[in-house]
Design a protein around this ligand. Structure first.
Ligand code: MN
Length: 130
């Protein structure tokens, strides 16, 4: 079974880049362009990892993370916040909202896969989740 990664990101170019890099690595990629549709897709498809943009058109990434943490289906799914906010305190804010980790935009295509790998390695295995 392929490892499934859900990308919640409203920017089409960013989504395209994530998809390209992840598919090249052999991951199955699911995409959502808004927070609400991202939450719905996460609950329905139970991805192994979620890449979460913070600036979204409807809900912000913090709201999305909090909502995912409340549902048993996604309570333990690794969520990696991807944001261009580079201000002090934002990392803490994403972690406080329930995110597992944080990477900064613009992402580095050369190191991106290695950056998310530790979060995938720590993820609950498929079939061990509710
Ligand atoms: Mn955005």
């Amino acid at each position: 079974m392929k490892t499934k990664i859900l990308v919640i990101e409203d920017n089409l170019q960013n989504r395209y880049l994530f998809k390209l890099l992840l598919q090249k690595e052999g991951y199955e990629v699911l995409e959502a362009a808004e927070g609400a549709s991202g939450i719905a897709m996460a609950l329905a498809c139970k991805p192994d990892l979620i890449l979460l943009d913070i600036q979204l058109p409807d809900l912000d990434g913090y709201q999305v993370a909090r909502s995912l943490r409340k549902d048993t289906k996604t309570a333990r799914t690794p969520i990696v916040a991807v944001t261009s906010y580079a201000m002090v305190g934002d990392r803490e804010k994403t972690i406080a909202a329930g995110c597992t980790g944080y990477i900064e935009k613009p992402i580095n295509p050369k190191t991106f896969i290695a950056e998310i790998a530790p979060y995938l390695a720590a993820a609950p295995k498929q079939g061990q989740r509710p």
